[in-house]
Write a new protein. Structure first.
Length: 241
C-alpha cells in the first residue's frame, strides 16, 4: 500500500525527525513546513517542531510491514546529520538487515559524513543510497556517493536551482529531477532538466522527472498540480533496475 505522496517511493519511515539548513536546497524545506503542521495537529513526534529528535520507538516499525515496499528513510530529517550518533544509525541498519523484503532509500546532503560512516561498515544489500545535487556547487557529493558500493546509487536534483553543466554519472543508477513548490519557490528552466536527462540517457541510468512545481515549463507561476509532470509532452518516470 502506498502511504506517501512522494512519487518515487511508497512508504516513509522516520526514526529521526528535524534538521538544520545545510545548503541552498534547504532554503524552503518542505519537511520543516510539514513539521510545524504536524505539531499543530498535536502529534507527539513533532512536539519540538523541526528540532532534531531521535525516536528509538520507531526503529521496529518496518518489521510490521510484511509486503515488500520501497521505503524512504528519514524523509523528515537527514540520517547523516552531524548530531545523529553513528550508533543510532547502526540500529537503523540493523532493522534494514532484518527486513530484506524491503528496499530502503536513503537520501542525504551530508555526503562526507555518509562516506565516513560506510568507510568502516558493510552496506546492506537492500539499501539505495542517494545525494541531493541542487546546484553546481555541490556536485562533489556525487564523488563521495560513487565510492560506496550500494546496490543502487542515485541523485536527487530537487529542487533544481540552476543548470548543472557536465555531470560524471559513472556508478550512478538513477537520477530524480524536480522543481520547487510553495509561495517562495525558485524557478526551474526546461533546458536545465533536458541537459540532465540527455546525460542520464547517454549513461544508461534511469531518469525520473517528478514535477515542475510552482513554476511551469513556460515560466509561469501557478498551482503545482496544474503545472504537472510532463516533460516535452511525456511522463518520464523510470525506476532503477
Amino acid at each position: 500500500m502506498k502511504t506517501t505522496k512522494i512519487e518515487w517511493t511508497d512508504r516513509t519511515w522516520n526514526p529521526i525527525t528535524g534538521c538544520t539548513k545545510y545548503s541552498a536546497g534547504c532554503a524552503h524545506c518542505y519537511a520543516e513546513t510539514m513539521s510545524r503542521r504536524l505539531r499543530a495537529m498535536g502529534l507527539d513526534k513533532y512536539a519540538d517542531g523541526f528540532q532534531l529528535a531521535i525516536h528509538p520507538e520507531a526503529l521496529k516499525e518496518p518489521l510490521q510491514w510484511k509486503k515488500p515496499h520501497n521505503i524512504f528513510v528519514c524523509s523528515m530529517s537527514d540520517i547523516f546529520h552531524k548530531d545523529v550518533p553513528f550508533d543510532f544509525v547502526d540500529k537503523i541498519m540493523t532493522t534494514i538487515e532484518q527486513t530484506p523484503q524491503h528496499s530502503y532509500q536513503i537520501l542525504t546532503k551530508r555526503a562526507e559524513r555518509m562516506n565516513e560512516y560506510f568507510s568502516s561498515r558493510n552496506i546492506p544489500k537492500n539499501v539505495w543510497l542517494g545525494v541531493t545535487v541542487e546546484n553546481a556547487d555541490v556536485k562533489s557529493r556525487i564523488d563521495y556517493l560513487r565510492n560506496i558500493p550500494a546496490t543502487v546509487c542515485f541523485l536527487s536534483c530537487e529542487p533544481l536551482l540552476e543548470d548543472l553543466g557536465e555531470l560524471d554519472l559513472q556508478g550512478i543508477d538513477w537520477v530524480i529531477v524536480g522543481g520547487e513548490s510553495g509561495n517562495q519557490a525558485r524557478l526551474m528552466k526546461e533546458e536545465w532538466v533536458l541537459n540532465i536527462k540527455d546525460q542520464v540517457d547517454a549513461s544508461n541510468a534511469a531518469f525520473f522527472f517528478k514535477q515542475w512545481g510552482t513554476w511551469g515549463s513556460d515560466g509561469i507561476k501557478r498551482d503545482k498540480h496544474k503545472n504537472g509532470k510532463l516533460l516535452q509532452g511525456k511522463v518520464s518516470q523510470s525506476m532503477p533496475k
